[in-house]
Design a protein around this ligand. Sequence first.
Ligand SMILES: [Zn+2]
Length: 469
Amino acid sequence: MEFSIKTELLQPQNNSSLLIIAAANNNRNNTVIDTLLSQLDQQEKDFLATHTLEQNQLQAVAVARIEEEDYVNIQKLATSVACWAKEQIRIDVDLSLVSKAIVQKWVQAFTIAVGEAVYRFDTLKKDTKPIKLEQVHYYTSQEVNEYLIKAEAIVYGMNICKDLGNAPGNVCTPSYLASTAARIAENVGASARIMSTAELQEMGMNALLAVAQGSTAGAYLIELQYHGAPEADEKPVVLVGKGITFDSGGISLKPGAAMDEMKFDMCGAASVIGAFAAAAKLKLPLNLVAVIPTCENMPSGNAVKPGDVVKAMNGLSIEVLNTDAEGRLILCDALTYAERFQPKAVIDLATLTGACIIALGHVAQGVLGNNQPLIEQLLEAANNINDKTWQLPLFDEYKEQLKSNFADLQNIGGRPAGTITAAAFLSYFTKSYPWAHLDIAGTAWHSGSNKGATGRPVPLLVEYLLQQV
Ligand SMILES: [Zn+2]
C-alpha cells in the first residue's frame, strides 16, 4: 500500500474514491460539497459516504467534517473514516477546504489509522485475503510530507511490534526474537549483537539466567545500535524491552485461563524493536541503543524456585519469592548492562504487572522513574500523539516492601501498589542515569474477539525520539 502527497490540482479519476475533508465552518460554494454537508447536518454526523455520484464515475464520495481541531478529535474521526477507507482501492483526499494545521494533523492521524485498519496477521492461515486498498493520495502542499513520512515510520514500527507480539510462543522463541531483531536492524542500516548463555554467565547476569534456567530455549541479550548523531560520541538514548516470549509463571504457575495471552509478554521488546527500526528508518540525528533480555519463563526440574537467592550483575542479591515476578529479574541485569553506554536517558518498557491493569485499565500505560524532566518529556510526547500515559509516584517509602530476611532485595512487594514496587525494584539498578519505566501490561494487547498486539507504545516512543532532535 502506498501513500503520497500530490501537489497538482485534484482531478478525480474513474477508478478512485474521493474523500473530502471539511471544517466546521466551511464556505459553501461547491454544489457537490454543499449537498454532502447538508446531509451531514441533517444526520448529525461527522462522516458520510455515498457509493456513487451521478455526475461522474467515481467509486465513492465521502466527506469527513472536523468539528474540533485538537489531535484527539481528529484521530477519532480518522479511525472511523479508516474503516471505510480499507474497502476502497484508491483514495484521493481533498484537503483544500481546511487549514494547514488541520492538514498536518489529518495526514498524520489518517495515515496511522489506515495503517492500523489494514493490518492483519494471517501468515499462519491457509486462506488469506489480499488488502483491497492500494493507494492514498493527499492533495496538498509538499511541506506536509514530513508528517506523512513520520506517520509511515510509526506504522512501520507498529507493524513490526504487532507481528512479533502476535507470533505464537512456538514461533517467536528467544532465538527467533534475537535473529529477527538483528535482521530488522540490518535492514535499516543499524548494527546488532546477540549474546547467548556463555557470555551472559561471564558478565554475571545471574538474574536473567535464573529465569531462563527452567526452559530449554536459552537466554539471549540483544543489543542494537544506531548512530545518527552528527557527533559520533553523543550520548545515546537506550531503550530496554522485556522479552519473555512465553510466561507460564514458572514454578509459581499461573492459572490456566487466558494463559495463551502470555505469548504477549515480550511486547516490551517488540515495541523497542519497532520504535528503534522506525527511528533508524527516519534517519533521526541521534544515537540510539536497544537492549533486550529474552527467554521463556517455564516450570521444570531445573527451574528457579520460590526462596532461591540469585546474585544480579550489579552485585545485589535477590530472593525470588514468586517466580512469576520474572520480568524485573531479566530487566535488572539489562538495566545494569545499559550503564556501559553512559546514556543520556534509559527508558524500559515491560508488560510488567497485572496491578497496572487494576490501576489504569487498558487505557493508559503507567510511567515512573528517577528523573522528572524525562518523565515530563514522555508525558508530553504521549499527549501530542494521544498514546495515553499516566505517571505513578515512586516514593522511597515503597522500597520498604522489598526488604528480605535473606537477601538485599526480594522480587515482590505484596499486593499494595504492585506496579510501583516493581518500579522500586528496578530503581536499584538505574542509579547512574536518568531513567523512566513504562508498564504496558494493560495497553500492549487486546483480549477477546479483538485479540492481538496493539503496537503501543511505538507512537509515543517515536514522538519522544523526534522531540530529542
Ligand atoms: Zn510473570
